[in-house]
Design a protein around this ligand. Structure first.
Ligand code: SF4
Length: 415
């Protein structure tokens, strides 16, 4: 068989990478090659993000080193038993491609993952070599996100952290039993151990860089954008409550920057115990909203799940509104007196608007007009707040409130 051209490899390996959702590049440190002999930047025009028609992020040069894999995870299109076109880049090819794309302004950085070839260590060495060469041989200062292979040695994962802005290790499925069933070569304990090692590396590095004694010779950064993970939604029958509980444990134990939720996509020749259709994309969206509530709004999982039924979030309305509708005893909230943590419970009010609101009310009692200048959704707030010139009266407890606030179902256009 004739050797594949670079463009053929790119077609196969960029397509294979689209199933990985964990590629947002926010959160890394600002860095620019201006005034240095290197190239690249994590700021300026910023890291570009693009979304494919199926809603997946395909920003950066998002590619696999190879889609050959010796593992047989049932939910994965690249599993060893899958009948897909295969390709493999050498580290040198990928370095060249990244630099060529960067110089043509196609990309702002690299997101690199891989199937497992020969051994986890061998594969991780190749991944690290791409990042090392970009940084050390070519002075590339752009964004690099490396997907780490949990079964690789801690030394290799540590080497990855020295070159990457962000590391991610995919947890894959929310429950250990699910992982055992669908990815028998993977081990939840090994994944957790690798995440723990990355967390220790990040913590130790931050501590060392802050240390007064080391101020003159700061150690190089270690994954300054932190670590993230991805969970596949809808493959193993886990409900939303189980998914959010798994996320809570991950945020707490490994201080992850993000958990990404990726709706399972049916794959060719899938095993019979996987669902034949993908879950609705809105489920992924509701999980992201609930995740936001966990991280920034002070909600617990049980509270969030109060707004759903049978372990699932309500797909028709956002989870914060769903919670408010079943906990009307919290409302109305007086926007001129309530503390920040109570204001965060009001549907339609977010941390930025609340920050402005708290600043503004130091000077005057706020009216609805004032609120309208701070947020875009005063109409949505009305049943849940009191202002200097507004009280919702019986509206807060009105039986028709849910129907009034829930957007009507609409037929999507085919054109
Ligand atoms: S190890 Fe990764 S690439 Fe290989 S089959 Fe499993 S999920 Fe797919």
């Amino acid at each position: 068989m004739a050797a594949r051209t670079t463009i053929e490899k790119l077609r196969i390996l960029a397509d294979a990478a689209k199933y990985d959702a964990s590629c947002a590049s926010s959160g890394t440190s600002k860095r620019s090659a201006i005034g240095t002999s290197g190239i690249g930047s994590t700021e300026g025009m910023g890291i570009c993000h693009a979304y494919a028609p199926d809603g997946r992020c395909i920003s950066l040069l998002k590619v696999l080193l190879t889609n050959f894999c010796t593992f047989d995870c049932r939910y994965c299109v690249n599993r060893v038993s899958s009948n897909v076109e295969r390709a493999r880049f050498t580290p040198e090819e990928l370095v060249r491609l990244t630099l060529d794309f960067y110089k043509r302004n196609y990309i702002e950085g690299l997101f690199l993952s891989s199937g497992i070839i020969r051994s986890p260590d061998y594969t991780m060495e190749q991944i690290v070599e791409v990042a090392r060469s970009l940084r050390e041989d070519h002075g590339f200062l752009g964004y690099i996100h490396l997907k780490s292979i949990p079964e690789a040695s801690p030394e290799l994962i540590a080497a990855a952290g020295r070159h990457a802005d962000r590391l991610s290790i995919n947890i894959e499925l929310p429950r250990t039993e699910g992982l055992r069933h669908y990815a028998p070569e993977k081990s939840a304990a090994t994944i957790r151990k690798a995440m723990g090692d990355v967390r220790s590396g990040i913590d130790e590095n931050r501590h060392a860089r802050k240390s007064r004694l080391l101020r003159r010779a700061k150690p190089p950064r270690f994954a300054p954008g932190g670590q993230s993970t991805q969970m596949i939604v809808g493959a193993d029958g886990s409900d939303d409550g189980q998914i959010l509980r798994a996320s809570t444990r991950l945020y707490g134990s490994y201080r992850l920057r993000r958990v990404y939720y990726s709706a399972y996509s049916p794959i060719p020749d899938a095993s019979a115990d996987l669902p034949p259709v993908r879950p609705p994309l809105v489920r992924e969206h509701r999980l992201y909203q609930a995740d936001w509530m966990l991280r920034f709004y002070g909600f617990g999982v049980d509270e969030i799940m109060d707004g759903g039924a049978q372990g699932m979030l309500d797909l028709a309305i956002d989870p914060k509104l769903a919670w408010a509708l079943v906990h009307r005893e919290w409302f109305p909230v007086d926007i001129n007196r309530a503390p920040r943590e109570t204001l965060l419970r009001v549907p339609g009010l977010g941390p930025i608007a609340i920050g402005k609101l708290l600043a503004a009310r130091r000077h005057a009692r706020l009216r609805l007009d004032d609120l309208a200048r701070l947020t875009t959704s005063v109409k949505k707030l009305l049943p849940f707040i009191e202002a200097a010139d507004w009280s919702p009266g019986s509206l807060t407890d009105s039986p028709g409130l849910a129907a009034r606030l829930a957007p009507p179902a609409e037929q999507l256009s085919l054109f």
